[in-house]
Design a protein around this ligand. Structure first.
Ligand code: SF4
Length: 334
């Protein structure tokens, strides 16, 4: 892997609540090189969206306790003040959310919203901003963009609205784009079109992309590297083929086994991971995955229940947080 464009090092995010402190992220470590696509996968509550919000500076610092390092092209984002982060958001880095209806203002024409995004970061005339808006709509495949630019969000289909969100995110040519479950709210055929569009635009623009998803099909289609999160931790990080063909963490094995696959003459039996994701207020002791892990008793000395495993390297660019990844963990040969 080349020099990282984005480096997240030991990121931790917690929120005080009436019920206790929610430890949403505790030990998020990964990197992504310029122009590459990193997929962050995991169940709800694994910390993937909070990690993205921390990168984008969207967490309220009066409420969230954020520590660690997030270095984007040499700048530690956690050291910037709110104004500096706001300046970077929408220009250097941008985000696409799952639900375009909640991100697009229903009372304003899409062209006005796109033009506004241009004018916030560039000193250009209204006409120039509108022309850029039309051009952006054209790039994301909106038909008759010079007419649709005057539509309101409700006049567009879900797939078209998501295209508008992609246009909005890319309109200032950001170096980093984060897409948080960008296809989840869409039907299957439109999902494939949006996935293809994002890959195509990324190839054209060279934007570094982080895609947050629970859909391993999207991961296989788009990612160069994969970061698997569980209970607020990165539990496995590796190039996409390593994750698919040589997964090392029992949770990654479980995720892959729970995906439907069409075999040549039958549908393989699904093997869901037993149990539920952990409470982020009362995390299990030791390895946070141990209550659901079928291999916990293979590790000698009951360490899975008592000792949190470290993130260790098992191959080039392949990190795993599991005692089994360490030599001698089973008390005999692995
Ligand atoms: Fe399972 Fe133990 Fe590895 Fe955790 S450390 S994933 S409980 S084997």
């Amino acid at each position: 892997m080349t020099t990282p464009f984005l480096e997240v090092d030991n990121l931790a995010v917690s929120f005080p609540t009436e019920d206790g402190v929610v430890k949403a992220v505790a030990g998020s470590t990964f990197s992504v090189s310029k122009g590459r696509t990193l997929a962050i996968v995991g169940e709800s509550g694994s910390g993937k969206s909070v990690t993205a919000q921390a990168i984008m500076g969207l967490l309220n610092r009066n409420f969230a306790d954020v520590s660690g390092r997030i270095v984007l092209d040499g700048t530690d984002l956690l050291q910037l003040d709110d104004d500096q982060v706001r300046e970077m958001r929408g220009s250097v880095m941008a985000m696409i959310f799952q639900d375009p209806l909640s991100s697009l203002h229903p009372f304003y024409r899409i062209g006005d919203q796109l033009s506004e995004a241009v004018r916030v970061h560039n000193k250009v005339s209204k006409t120039e901003a509108r022309n850029r808006a039309i051009d952006a709509l054209h790039r994301v495949g909106i038909p008759s963009p010079d007419k649709r630019v005057d539509d309101y969000p409700h006049q567009l289909s879900g797939g078209m609205r998501q295209r508008v969100m992609i246009a909005m995110a890319l309109i200032n040519s950001p170096s980093l784009l984060i897409a948080d479950e960008p296809t989840t709210a869409l039907d299957v055929t439109v999902q494939a079109q949006i996935t293809e569009l994002m890959s195509e635009l990324q190839r054209e623009t060279g934007t570094t992309l982080i895609i947050i998803t629970h859909d391993l099909g999207v991961v296989a289609d788009m990612a160069d590297e994969v970061c698997v999160m569980y209970g607020g931790r990165v539990v496995e990080y590796a190039p996409v083929n390593e994750v698919y063909y040589r997964p090392q963490h029992p949770y990654t094995h479980g995720l892959l086994a729970s995906v439907p696959r069409l075999a040549t003459d039958r549908v393989d039996r699904l093997d869901p991971i037993p149990g539920n994701p952990p409470s982020l207020i009362n995390l299990p002791s030791g390895c946070v995955f141990h209550p659901r892990c079928s291999r916990r008793d293979e590790v000698s000395g009951d360490r899975c229940r008592t000792e949190e495993p470290a993130l260790v390297s098992v191959a080039t660019d392949h990190l795993v947080r599991c005692h089994l990844a360490q030599p001698g963990a089973t008390g005999g040969a692995r």
